[in-house]
Structures are given as C-alpha cells and as structure tokens.
Write a protein that binds this ligand. Sequence first.
Ligand code: AMP
Length: 131
Amino acid sequence: MASIFTQIIQGNIPCYKVAENDDFLAFLDINPNAKGHTLCIPKIEVDKLFDLDQETYHGLMEFSRKVAKALEKTVPCKRIGMSVIGLEVPHVHVHLIPLNHMEDIRFIQKTEMSAQQLEGLAQAIASHFEG
Ligand code: AMP
C-alpha cells in the first residue's frame, strides 16, 4: 500500500504545501515541534534516506536547502535545524525545524496550531521559496 506521503503526493490526502517541483514536495508537519516545522520528501517512495539513489539524495538536499532559506525568511528563529528519522512514516522525509531552543529538535514538545494558522504559514513560506 502507498505510504501516507505518496497519498499526499497523489492528492488523495491534503497537506499544507510549502514548495514543489517535479521530483520533490515540501509541506508542514501536522504535529509540529515548532512553528514552521516542514517535511521535504522525494516523490519516489523509498523508506530510508541512505537507500536513495545518489541523484535523488543530492536533489533532496538541494531542495531542502531552498526550503530552509524560505523558512528562515518567514519564521523568526536562531537557525533551521535538520533531522531525518523515519520511524513513523516509511517514506524518506527531511524534517526542517526553526530552532530557538534545543527542545525544538527533540520531538517531545509539540506546538498547537489551528488549520487556519497552518494554511497561512504554508502560504507565507511558499511566497519566499525560490525554486
Ligand atoms: P518520523 O517518521 O518519525 O520522522 O515522523 C513522521 C512525521 O510525519 C511526524 O513528525 C508526523 O507528525 C508527520 N506526519 C505524519 N502524517 C502527516 C501528514 N499527513 N501530514 C503532515 N505531517 C505528517
């Protein structure tokens, strides 16, 4: 069965889209560690980061860098943190998290955001994305 992220790519499940090109998609994490927590994924469904082919791996890193730049322009923070875990969703995803405190990257503390806030934030980040 297709992963939940493949279903998002196919448009069967909605997301708060931040950026997209032919090969990659970025959208807000629905249970964010911090405001602006974004996931960057390849459109091909591969479980583990280091199993990606070299071109997709480098492409994902470059796409994530551009998304991080847009995030930095949108969300006040000390820096953008990056993490790859994948214990919950078996489809490669890079977590980009605006950091102010070490807790922001620990996946313990979560930030409540309404659907309206997530939608507005996704649009604001998207407006700063330079593909
Ligand atoms: P992990 O696989 O451990 O890196 O965590 C998966 C991440 O995906 C978690 O931070 C979830 O909140 C996030 N997540 C799961 N389903 C969705 C979804 N439908 N839309 C956005 N984020 C999601």
